[in-house]
Design a protein around this ligand. Structure first.
Ligand code: S3P
Length: 172
C-alpha cells in the first residue's frame, strides 16, 4: 500500500478508535497528528493552547503535515481542526483518500463526558459549543471528504468494515 488512509472529523467522532481498528485490520501503523505534536513540543494540546494560543497550534499542524509529505502506508488520524486550512486539505489529499467520521452532537457530548483535554470545549455550555462548531465545520468536513461514515449508531468494527470495503475498490 503506497498511499495512506486519512481520518478527519470532529472531536468524539471516533477517529482514534477507528484508526486503531484500521491499523489492525490492514496491518499498517497509525500516525496521530495530535500525539506527534505533543511529543515534539513536550506539552499536551491543552498546554499548547493555554501557553501559545490556537493560531500557534494551527501552525504546528500545518508544519507537521509538511513533514509527512513522503509518508506511505499509514492510517493518519488528524485533529478535528486540521481541515480548517485549505492548504492542509491539499496536503492531506496528496497523502491519500480522506475519510470523514461524523457523529451527532449528543453522541459527541456523551463520548467526551468527563474529558478535559479538549481546550475548545472547556468551560460552560459544552453542548452549545459542540453544536456551534459542528454547524460551522460540517460543510468544510463534507467538502474535503472522499468517504463519509456516521459513527453515531455503529460499532468501531462496523466503521472499520465500511472503510475497508471502500478501500478495496481503490488502488492504494
Ligand atoms: C481540535 C481537536 C482536537 C485537537 C485540538 C483541536 C479541534 O483533536 O486537535 O484540541 O479544533 O477540533 P481531536 O479531534 O482528536 O479531539
Amino acid at each position: 500500500m503506497k498511499k495512506n488512509i486519512i481520518l478527519i472529523g470532529f472531536m468524539g467522532a471516533g477517529k482514534t478508535d477507528v484508526a486503531m481498528g484500521l491499523s489492525k485490520r490492514l496491518g499498517i501503523p497509525v500516525i496521530d497528528t495530535d500525539s506527534m505534536i505533543e511529543k515534539e513540543q513536550g506539552m499536551s494540546i491543552s498546554e499548547i493552547f493555554a501557553k501559545k494560543g490556537e493560531p500557534y497550534f494551527r501552525d504546528l499542524e500545518t508544519a507537521l503535515l509538511k513533514s509527512l509529505s513522503n509518508a506511505e502506508g499509514n492510517v493518519i488520524s488528524t485533529g478535528g481542526g486540521m481541515v480548517l486550512r485549505d492548504e492542509n486539505v491539499k496536503a492531506l489529499k496528496s497523502l491519500g483518500p480522506l475519510v470523514l467520521l461524523s457523529a451527532r452532537p449528543e453522541v459527541v457530548m456523551l463520548r467526551l463526558l468527563g474529558k478535559t483535554d479538549r481546550p475548545l470545549l472547556s468551560g460552560k455550555d459544552r453542548q452549545k459549543k459542540i453544536e456551534k462548531l459542528l454547524l460551522e465545520r460540517r460543510p468544510i468536513y463534507e467538502k474535503a471528504a472522499d468517504l463519509a461514515v456516521d459513527t453515531s449508531d455503529i460499532s468501531v468494527d462496523d466503521a472499520v468494515e465500511k472503510i475497508a470495503n471502500f478501500l478495496k475498490g481503490r488502488c492504494l
